[in-house]
Design a protein around this ligand. Structure first.
Ligand code: MN
Length: 256
């Protein structure tokens, strides 16, 4: 198996994990930047994440043009521009998840801020913008990001951050690896669900900015790997250990 074949299998696994953890349902997607060509990315054909197989993974230019394979396995996602526009704006980003994560949506249609309340969710950050497609494209769109112009507007709202909400639609999460973006996405959905319930009980204490910074800096590949292994096996996918499992990011103090 070539490295790119292994990457396609990893994308399949990521789709299954996201579905298994309610981040995506029949809709939503994850892409990965091409490891050898920064101006390309991999993303499945338009298909429910739980049904995706390696043969569904397509290759795109950042502007959304289809580069392969030939013949095409099927129709591309109409919202692939989310991914390309973010890779264009953010050289640090290697993987992107777009989702309609159900517990997150209420925070996109109200003024209630979505912030981390539990240590595992720290990577979502405390400064989460809420991109409203209507601000630039009017109140008669179907809310989908179906052009580079829309994708670039979304990427501008995201800025340097990890997550942006999308009003009345969902959210987009970025990361420096597949494992990281999946981890952040899973804990974003859990955090939103816990926050909705905490608000019913009374006043909420959020993590402080200092706590978020400390946790995010200390979090190692070991933590991501522990989640990834468990989620792979739960989702019925083979676990392929990552190269960073005991790498330089490993920290004795990171027992989260
Ligand atoms: Mn969408």
């Amino acid at each position: 198996m070539t490295d790119l074949d292994a990457l396609r299998e990893e994308i399949v696994t990521a789709n299954r994990i996201l579905a298994d953890n309610r981040v995506v349902d029949s809709f939503g997607h994850i892409s990965v930047r091409h490891p050898d060509h920064a101006d390309r990315f991999f993303l499945s054909r338009a298909r429910a994440p739980e049904q995706i197989v390696a043969g569904d993974i397509m290759e795109f230019a950042l502007t959304g043009e289809i580069l392969g394979p030939d013949p095409m396995p099927g129709k591309p996602y109409s919202e692939r521009f989310i991914h390309g526009a973010i890779y264009e704006a953010r050289p640090d980003v290697q993987a992107v998840v777009h989702n309609h994560s159900p517990s997150v949506i209420p925070f996109s249609v109200t003024k209630v801020p979505m912030k981390p309340i539990m240590h595992m969710s720290a990577p979502i950050g405390s400064d989460i913008p809420n991109w409203d497609i209507a601000d630039k494209f009017g109140d008669c769109t179907n809310l989908l990001v179906t052009s580079m112009e829309m994708g670039r507007d979304l990427a501008a709202a995201l800025g340097h951050r990890t997550v942006t909400l999308m009003r009345g639609h969902g959210s987009t999460v970025v990361g420096t690896s597949v494992r990281q973006v999946v981890f952040t996405s899973v804990y974003m959905e859990l955090n939103a669900d816990m926050l909705l319930r905490a608000r019913d009980l009374g006043e909420v204490t959020y993590l402080s900015d200092g706590e978020i910074e400390t946790i995010t800096k200390a979090r190692s590949g070991f933590t991501l790997e522990r989640g990834w292994e468990n989620w792979c096996l739960k989702a019925g996918r083979p676990y392929v250990p990552g190269s960073n499992e005991t790498g330089p990011g490993y920290s004795q103090t990171d027992k989260s």
